[in-house]
Design a protein around this ligand. Structure first.
Ligand code: ADP
Ligand code: MG
Length: 683
């Protein structure tokens, strides 16, 4: 396959390369390199310049040199362990080529007597003679040797020479692809084609030239392809037809008026966007994104009520039972009596469960709360119109795609996440959904006072806690796992629990990764009911749960956490209208850099801003564990250094969406760069 304009060449099997047999293929596969395209992103790290040749008399010992010589005499000792030797010369001197563990036939073949041969390698010296040991670069054609040979970070078992040979082949046969970008975009990158960009990318002298047009263009291609695929998924989901929900604004508003607070303008705006989707005849696939405590639940519940009033059922899924129960209790409290509300729990008795399932199927239940249990096959709805999923930020694109297919026709999907992410990543991570954002917090919120404290000053902290407990408040005490990779190491929490118990007998609870689910629920419920005042835990206290009486959080060894994670943890308190405090504890004095970071937390409570700072410090994969969620890793693009490219890609994608431009011309781009299976039916 060597059609010069066909991108498929790049998707061909590694076997199609000269010099790649089964062994090399398997070695590459281990590195997740499955076709020629994958190899293109294996970039030279440095290079060896073999382009200058010298005469034997000018050779520099200990350096890599290239020299053209004439083999004179073979010396093949009969003794094992002694190397084969070939004496060679040029008009200025003599040099020996030494071969350990080699066959005579091989040596004779590469160094035939009397012929001019170019060799290259590190020059040695032995008994006053120059020598070259096991030369790897040997050829009658000096131009093959006299080049710049790129060094790659080598995959074990594959030689540098082979790598160079492989990459050269691909570059030589690189198909000339029809340009997919608009003139305007191309112009921003000095009109360099994809083909030429790849060539530049692999030139040794271009190592590290991230700002050059070729690099920027290729980074842009990568970002843009992701956005385009996301946009296609979104379009596809939106195309699914469904029965419209008729929103009764009068009922909705009288419900809102009865709430004990008024909605923030971001809540109102988000609700409007959701209502518009519910009311449309296209399926909704929307993400409600808002910082911890920004009030997403009530927005989701109002949307649920609107759906119910319009004659449909709703299912509301939370990541834990306790959170599901909290949402359920809230709905019980504020929904009109005419709405039938249920909770399906792992602990429900068989009989009770069966009754619930029956009632769901017969449309006697309007809304059901639960964990992922609500998605089991045996749970059948009569007229499911809306799926709400709380705290789903750890789902990847593919999981979400499956979700959107659930519930069948007529069913809208609303996802919620309390994980603010940097602006540049929104399209990358959530681009397959429509997004509503709640940025502003409810007005009565007081900022969480954030302090840092040395561990040696723990007595001060205890004094403070004692005072707060006296006021009837509760405290979270968070210890990081000593070794994140060993999730079982709980010595620090257990020790702290013992320590605090001495100071506050009968007032301390303990929670860690080993605590089983039932026990955990019991402990959290007891904490909610104020049966004890201090909860010591690892970071497993779930997001989302409302502990109205907890207003202090102590975070030990705070430098173990990223800024976003600290912000999330801190968000466990400060949901009510009492003053709340977060104390970050450190083992030793902070470096200036660490102080700067912590100051960001002290100065702002804006999770979006904090996530930006966090990404600058830790790189994007680490921000809140997105690495685990299977999100795409870019090959060249970098969300921090290329933020302009991300914004440009978003703008271009919107332009294409709005102008309804045919995306057929992007087929090679998408097929090469992305999850091609998702967009199989692109023309
Ligand atoms: P999250 O967005 O993190 O899920 P919640 O929905 O749990 O936040 O809301 C946190 C708290 O804020 C709840 O106690 C809720 O009743 C309250 N709340 C929500 N909206 C408002 C508002 N507009 N004004 C005052 N309090 C609000
Ligand atoms: Mg929540």
């Amino acid at each position: 396959m060597n059609n010069k304009t066909n991108y498929q060449y790049l998707l061909s099997d590694l076997n199609s390369l000269k010099g790649v047999g089964l062994k090399t293929k398997n070695l590459l596969k281990k590195k997740n390199i499955n076709n020629l395209f994958d190899l293109l992103w294996k970039l030279p790290k440095s290079y060896t310049d073999r382009s200058f040749s010298s005469k034997i008399k000018d050779l520099k010992i200990g350096e890599v040199q290239t020299v053209t010589i004439i083999p004179q005499k073979y010396n093949f000792p009969r003794m094992r362990n002694l190397p084969n030797r070939v004496s060679c010369k040029d008009e200025t001197g003599e040099i020996d080529c030494i071969f350990f563990n080699s066959y005579e036939g091989y040596v004779k073949k590469i160094l035939p007597l009397g012929k001019e041969i170019t060799v290259s390698g590190k020059i040695g010296h032995f008994r006053n003679r120059y020598q070259l040991t096991n030369p790897k670069y040997v050829s009658e054609d000096s131009s093959i040797i006299q080049q710049i040979h790129n060094k790659y970070s080598l995959t074990e078992g594959i030689s540098e020479k082979l790598y160079n040979k492989i990459i050269e082949q691909i570059i030589k046969n690189l198909p000339i692809l029809t340009e997919w970008h608009s003139k305007n975009i191309l112009n921003k990158f000095g009109n360099i084609s994809w083909n030429n960009s790849i060539k530049e990318l692999h030139k040794a002298e271009n190592i590290g030239k991230y700002k050059n047009n070729f690099y920027q263009r290729l980074a842009f291609d990568e970002i843009f392809s992701t956005f385009l695929v996301n946009s296609e998924i979104r379009k596809k989901i939106r195309k699914v037809k469904k029965k419209r929900k008729i929103i009764n604004i009068k009922i909705q508003n009288s419900f809102i008026n009865k709430l004990s607070f008024s909605l923030t303008s971001d809540q109102i705006k988000s609700l409007k966007e959701i209502n518009k989707d519910l009311n449309s005849s296209n399926k909704m696939f929307r993400l409600l994104q808002g910082d911890v405590g920004s009030g997403k639940t009530i927005v989701a519940l109002i949307a649920a009520l609107n759906t119910i009033i319009s004659g449909f059922q709703v299912t509301f899924m939370a990541p834990t039972e306790i959170l599901a129960r909290q949402h359920y209790n809230l709905a019980k409290k504020i929904f009109p009596k005419s709405v039938n509300i249920e909770l399906i729990s792992g602990k429900s008795e068989y009989k009770k469960k069966k009754e619930i399932l029956n009632n769901l199927e017969n449309n006697n239940i309007n809304i059901i709360f639960g964990t992922h249990a609500v998605f089991q096959k045996k749970v059948m709805f009569n007229k499911l119109g809306l799926i709400i999923i709380d705290e789903q930020h750890k789902f990847g694109v593919n999981q979400r795609k499956k979700l959107s297919d659930k519930g069948g026709t007529d069913c809208d999907v609303l996802l919620m996440t309390a994980t603010p992410i940097p602006r540049t990543l929104t399209m990358t991570i959530y681009g397959d959904m429509d997004i509503s954002i709640i940025r502003e917090k409810p007005k009565n919120r007081k900022p969480i006072k954030t302090y840092s404290k040395l561990e040696s000053k723990i007595e001060d902290v205890l004094k403070f806690i004692t005072k707060e407990i006296g006021l009837g408040n509760q405290i979270f005490w968070v210890c990081p796992l000593i070794d994140e990779s060993k999730k079982l190491d709980h010595s620090s929490v257990t020790e702290k629990f013992q320590y605090l118990k001495k100071h506050y007998p009968n007032q301390v609870g303990l929670l860690h990764g080993k605590t089983n689910t039932d026990e955990k629920e019991k402990i959290l419920n007891n904490f909610l009911k104020k049966k004890f005042q201090i909860l010591v835990s690892t970071t497993i206290i779930e997001v989302g749960i409302d502990f109205p009486n907890a207003n202090v959080i102590i975070i030990e060894n705070a430098n173990k956490f990223g800024l976003s994670q600290l912000h999330q943890l801190r968000g466990r308190v400060g949901r009510g209208d009492t003053d709340s405090t977060c104390i970050l504890m450190f083992k030793s004095n902070l470096s200036d850099n660490a102080k700067k970071r912590i100051n960001i937390l002290k100065e702002t409570n804006d999770g979006f801003l904090i996530s930006e700072e966090d990404m600058k410090i830790r790189g994007f994969g680490d921000v809140l564990g997105f690495k685990q969620s299977g999100i795409k890793n870019f090959k060249l693009a970098d969300p921090i250094h290329n933020s302009d490219l991300f914004l440009l890609a978003e703008k271009e994608m919107r332009r294409i969406e709005n102008s309804n431009e045919d995306i057929g011309k992007f087929k090679p781009l998408i097929k090469l760069y992305d999850r091609a299976d998702i967009i199989n039916d692109i023309a």
